[in-house]
Every structure is written in C-alpha cells, then in structure tokens.
Design a protein around this ligand. Structure first.
Ligand SMILES: C[S@@+](CC[C@H](N)C(=O)[O-])C[C@H]1O[C@@H](n2cnc3c(N)ncnc32)[C@H](O)[C@@H]1O
Length: 188
C-alpha cells in the first residue's frame, strides 16, 4: 500500500461513498478531471452537475467528457456556467466536491475567493442529506488559498459532532501540499 496524497485520498473516498444512480455536484469543474471521475462512479443513471464561472473551464470539461464518455452517458451531466454560490435544484445530493484555487493552465487571478466559498459551503451543508458528504481540496500554498483554508477550517471545526463527521488530511512533511477536508452528515 502506498500512502496517498490528499487528492488521491479524495478520489478514494468518493469511490467508497458513491454508487450508481447517485446525484453529485462538482462545484469547481475546471479542466473536468474530477467531473469525469464522478460521472463514471455514478453511471449509468446518476446525475452530475458541474459548475464553473469560466466558459473556458466548461469548454475543457465538455471536451474531456466527449473523449471519454458516450453521448448517452453524457446526457446525465449538466454543465452550468455560474458561481457555486447558487446550486441547481436537485434532490438527494450525495456528494458535493470542491477543488479550490485557479484553473490549471488558465487565468490565475480567477481563483476561488474565501467569501464566496464560505457562502457556497453553507448552502452545501444545508443541501446534503444524512449520509451525504462534502469533499474540499484546498491549496494553502498561495495567499488566497491559505486564507480560504483557514476560514473553511474554522467553519467546519465548529460543526456539532452529533450531526457531522469532519476530517482534515494533509501531508505534514510537504510544504505547499494541498489538503483535504471531508465533511459527512451523520445518518440519523
Ligand atoms: C483548481 S480548479 C478545479 C480543477 C478541476 N476540479 C479539475 O479536476 O480539473 C478551480 C476552478 O474553480 C473555478 N471557480 C472559481 N471561482 C468559482 C466560483 N465562485 N464558482 C464556481 N467555480 C469557480 C475556477 O474557474 C477554476 O476553474
């Protein structure tokens, strides 16, 4: 067994949580890698909503999906050009995924912002049913990412433990490593 990076740990968690037919939201679809992984995990009947504020990101996601999925499989995926401060109307969302920061090979100034991430996260907490989860990959290696991680940690650390399980994963001997925050609503 190889000890996994926070990003791989996130993928592993999604794999154990999700089953075919689940509904998921990718709140920051970027280049679409996470959207593709999520789509395969909930196929063929699960629904995937992929959100990004940049048309460029949605175009890249669309291209990646068309290279790896059939047109039939892609019918289950909805790409949304909007901020994740608003979520689509969807029932029983099993997992909401954030991969924060900026679009790799894109405009680094269009990074996720602490204030909007916190608004989105509080809506995500309202949306998630018992047993569902939120997966957040943070990049504290850049200044806004460090502020963002700190603010998120403050919010999720305060969640009551009889309702939520919250865990934080980081590579403590690697400077500038991404980190992973997993939040799961406990089954009642
Ligand atoms: C690190 S990238 C995501 C990488 C992606 N998950 C992948 O697998 O390729 C972060 C993305 O968040 C997007 N973003 C920034 N602010 C946003 C917001 N308020 N709502 C939705 N997306 C946002 C950026 O445009 C960027 O594409």
């Amino acid at each position: 067994v190889t000890l996994q990076s926070p990003v791989e740990t996130a993928h592993h968690f999604w794999k154990t949580l999700l089953t075919a037919g689940d509904t998921v939201i990718d709140a920051t679809c970027g280049n679409g890698k996470d959207t593709l992984i999520l789509s395969k995990l909930v196929a063929p009947t699960g629904k995937v909503y992929a959100i990004d504020i940049q048309q460029e990101a949605l175009d890249r996601t669309q291209l990646l999906l068309s290279e790896h999925l059939t047109p039939q499989e892609r019918l289950q995926i909805t790409l949304l050009h909007q901020s994740h401060v608003t979520f689509p109307h969807a029932d029983n969302v099993k997992l909401i995924v954030y991969n924060l920061g900026y679009l790799p090979r894109g405009d680094k100034t269009l990074t996720t912002q602490t204030s909007t991430t916190l608004i989105s996260l509080s809506k995500a907490l309202d949306l998630i049913p018992a047993g569902g989860a939120i997966s957040i990959t943070c990049y504290p290696g850049h200044p806004e990412g460090a502020r963002e991680e700190e603010a998120i940690l403050k919010l999720v650390t305060a969640l009551p433990s009889h309702l939520w399980n919250v865990c934080y994963h980081e590579w403590i001997n690697r400077l500038l490593s991404p980190s992973l925050i997993l939040v799961q609503k406990r089954a009642s």
